[in-house]
Write a protein that binds this ligand. Structure first.
Ligand code: ZN
Length: 292
């Protein structure tokens, strides 16, 4: 059995290639606790969640990475997020019948967006590519080729209990025939890894099985956990954007306003006094922090 809810980086000592392995267990099951998904979408969401951790850890940033698929297929939206502290959450939305379809049929014609939000007015980096091929890994490889211009490969495996992934990336500064040969070499070996091996074996066993001839440096694994970033303050901000008239109408119809977080199912409840107080003028200026 693999190390549960861990991310591990590794480096080839003599080749210009680095890699990462991730396993989501409890973190993945907590995402599934918050939504009942058709099997094909469940698989894709697990893959996306594992991929979001792999992608986030290839970047140096402080904030939240969002992987989003949006298209005109039955699954019109999928969101997987991973923070720079390896905290994940995710969801997918669909309509109608969802069969046992691959990515292109599920998502339809659409796009894959990778965004990085560093918060509080920080920079947002976004890469957008069309959804290509019939797997998420393929679309992500297109993203790395077109938007990041660093050759990168991903292997993803997602089941009901766990979601796992491996990423290999050629070091950006490596050029020339020798680097190209090394990159071909590690990909050919990694392509022999089965989904069962990726999901079932410990990191050391996976790497020994694939790269026994190469010297690898394994770094200590770090924990990955489910955490939702929703909060009272964020919900209040959203309600304020709806506007006073809209909220007054909801209060008139229902007596209160209920907002349920779609990522974690947490319920935020606002009675008439709560909603009215959203629009009370607060003193602003130095000393008053309006961000929650
Ligand atoms: Zn939440």
């Amino acid at each position: 059995m693999h190390d549960a809810d861990r991310l591990r980086k590794f480096l080839f000592e003599h080749l210009p290639v680095r890699g990462e392995l991730v396993h989501l267990d409890q973190a993945w099951r907590q995402v599934l606790d918050n939504g009942e998904y058709p099997p094909a979408i469940r698989v894709l969401l697990g893959e996306a969640l594992a991929a979001s951790v792999l992608l986030a850890s290839t970047l140096k940033f402080d904030g939240l990475l969002t992987l989003q698929l949006a298209g005109d297929g039955p699954m019109h939206l999928l969101v997987a997020q991973c923070s720079s502290d390896q905290e994940v959450r995710g969801l997918a939305k669909w309509r109608g019948e969802v069969g046992d379809a691959g990515l292109e049929t599920l998502a339809g014609s659409g796009r894959l967006t990778i965004g990085v939000d560093t918060g509080k007015g920080g920079e947002r980096y976004q890469g957008i590519v069309p959804i290509t091929g019939n797997s998420l890994a393929e679309s992500l490889e297109t993203y790395f080729r077109q938007s990041v211009q660093v050759p990168t490969r991903l292997w993803l495996e997602s089941g009901r209990q766990a979601a796992s992934g491996m990423l290999l990336q050629r070091l950006p500064e490596a050029y020339g025939d020798e680097a190209e040969l090394a990159w071909e070499h590690v990909q050919a070996l990694a392509d022999t890894l089965s989904g069962d091996e990726l999901a079932g074996l410990q990191d050391e066993a996976i790497l020994r099985r694939l790269f026994s001839e190469d010297d690898l440096r394994l770094f200590d694994s770090i924990p990955v956990a489910f955490r939702c970033s929703c909060s009272q303050g964020r919900v209040e901000t959203t309600l304020k954007m709806l506007g006073r008239d809209e909220l007054d109408q909801l209060i008139a119809e229902q007596g209160r306003v209920d907002v349920r977080c779609e990522f974690c199912n947490r319920l935020y409840r606002f009675d008439p006094v709560d909603t009215a107080s959203l629009f009370v003028e607060m003193p602003t200026g130095p000393g008053y922090d309006t961000l929650h």
